[in-house]
Design a protein around this ligand. Sequence first.
Ligand code: ISJ
Length: 87
Amino acid sequence: MSDRFDEIRRQIAENDERVIALVNRRLELVAELWQLKAELGLDVVDPDRERRLRERLASANAGPLSPGGVDRLVTALLELTKRELGA
Ligand SMILES: C=C(O[C@@H]1C=C(C(=O)O)C=C[C@H]1O)C(=O)O
């Protein structure tokens, strides 16, 4: 295969590893926030906050991911967070 082919694959792998590291960091931060919410007697799940998160990320998206793609990604992220943290 060409050098460019290998280089593209290397960059894809590097990006994928960054995505995993960022998702792990996100989980740590949400876990910390939920601990504080629990101490304050608040519900950990906040549908209004989730709606605003969805709107903010839709606005921040510069593409090529489609608006529908952003929405699916946010849905997956929120579901994953709740499953991992046991909400
Ligand atoms: C992170 C929060 O808690 C919950 C988890 C969210 C998330 O995974 O991003 C978003 C909203 C809440 O349902 C928050 O209230 O900000």
